[in-house]
Design a binder for this molecule. Structure first.
Ligand SMILES: *Cc1c(COP(=O)(O)O)cnc(C)c1O
Length: 408
């Protein structure tokens, strides 16, 4: 099966005009609407969404959360303008919670929070953009090296930043191939105009690849790249960071293993009702802040106004777990993945699963099964991600469907 390269410039698709995508029942008109009817509409939509979520097996968001006890948070604005550590003119923020979250994630990533800068992002993609912009500041002439299994957000960030992106082949298990990396680095050296002076390398390591859930080896890739000059490593650990931190096989994924910045998503393994994430970078590599007199806050973030709500919700979830609870959560997810691998094998679906991964790939079933279980597919393979709400009963039901599916 030829692999799609998510880093290639995507084909353009015509944009649908705005008007065509508006559901007429939801259109906001000239006159005020009836609030009670609207509330009923939204709540019944949310109820249907909730009911369907038990069947979502193919995507990386844990859906076992319930923050309704914190509903009064919807009655306040917490706007984290600029750096988490900076005071700002408005002083209506949740930065203390944000700092507690980044502190926790820094320790999860195996390092002293004092050595890092970090903040709560809108998600994994913003974390990649921040990591790569820090990398560009550190090594201005270096291209980005990412595998053909990297998330498409990497290609998007490279285009936004105007950086060169070199695609490295992956091995059958989904990890970046260090031998192909060495070849790509050498090729780059030969075509560099300044003879013998390598521009350096920015390695984008993926910690839990999107389709196969494989962990790139940060230490090994950095060792290969270091032979030809300065190296910066960003670890895109959107789904896999929290897992790798507690996985028995101890993947080499983070700061102690050679990463210079790390990004994780909050709405994936942890589970959040709003998309969010955390990005961390070595403090000395992050360029100086811009600051406007008007907000009176230093600001190294990519946003300006940022979600205090996301910070408080992540704080609440992480505080309920602690590092011990997070470990248990991860080990449960890995146990479910092992169970799914066994059941899918018994069902003849040819499962594959990298060591300590929550992602299990198997033969793509018929479209009805794909739809019923919200499976993610690529070519002739499908996958499930055994995040926290995925239980053994759902795996069993999926396997029953596989046994009864209509073969084309
Ligand atoms: C989900 C994911 C992203 C994108 O993260 P968002 O939080 O959706 O922006 C990036 N990289 C990997 C490996 C992912 O799994």
């Amino acid at each position: 099966m030829p692999r799609e390269n998510p880093l290639a410039t995507p084909p353009t698709r015509p944009l649908v005009p705005l008007r065509q995508v508006t559901d007429p029942h939801l259109r906001i008109g000239v006159q005020p609407s009836d609030a009670e009817t609207d509330t009923a509409t939204v709540l019944s939509w949310a109820q249907a969404l909730k009911a369907e979520q038990a069947n979502v097996l193919g995507f990386p968001g844990s859906l076992d959360f319930d923050f309704t006890r914190l509903a009064p948070l919807l009655g306040v604005l917490a706007n984290n303008v600029g750096d988490p550590s900076a005071a700002d003119a408005s002083a209506i923020h949740a930065k203390a919670y944000e700092q507690a979250v980044t502190d926790f994630v820094a320790r999860t990533a195996g390092t002293d929070p004092d050595d890092l800068y970090g903040y709560v992002t809108t998600g994994g993609s913003e974390g990649i953009l921040f990591g790569l912009s820090t990398a560009r500041h550190t090594l201005p002439r270096a291209p980005i090296y990412a595998s053909d299994q990297a998330h498409y957000a990497v290609g998007k960030a490279a285009r936004i930043l105007g950086m060169d992106l070199i695609t490295v082949a992956s091995r059958p298990d989904g990890t970046m191939d260090p031998e192909d990396l060495a070849i790509k680095l050498l090729t780059q050296l030969l075509i560099t105009p300044r003879k013998g002076q390598h521009p350096g390398a920015i390695i984008l390591a993926t910690i839990g690849t999107t389709m196969q859930g494989a962990y790139d080896d940060v230490t090994a890739l950095k060792a290969v790249a270091s032979k030809s000059g300065a190296v910066y490593v960003h670890a895109d650990a959107a789904l896999g960071g929290f897992i790798a931190a507690h996985a028995p096989s101890r993947p080499r994924w983070s700061f102690p293993h050679g990463a210079d910045s790390v990004s994780v998503s909050g709405h994936k393994l942890l589970g959040m009702p709003v998309p969010c994430g955390i990005v961390l970078a070595r403090r000395e590599l992050v360029p100086d802040a811009s600051s406007a007199e008007y907000v009176k806050a230093s600001d190294r973030t990519l946003g300006c106004s940022r979600s205090g709500l996301a910070a408080v919700l992540m704080w609440s979830a992480l505080r309920q777990l602690g590092h011990a609870g997070m470990r248990e959560r991860v080990l449960n997810c890995l146990n479910t993945a092992a169970y799914a691998t066994q059941k899918l094998s018994e069902a003849g679906a040819n499962p594959t699963r990298p060591t300590d991964s929550a992602v299990v790939c198997f033969d793509r079933p018929d479209p009805a099964t794909v739809d019923r279980w919200h499976l993610a597919c690529e070519g002739d393979r499908a996958h499930i991600v055994t995040v926290a709400h995925v239980d053994r009963a759902a795996i069993d039901a999926l396997c029953t469907d596989l046994a009864h599916q209509k073969r084309p």
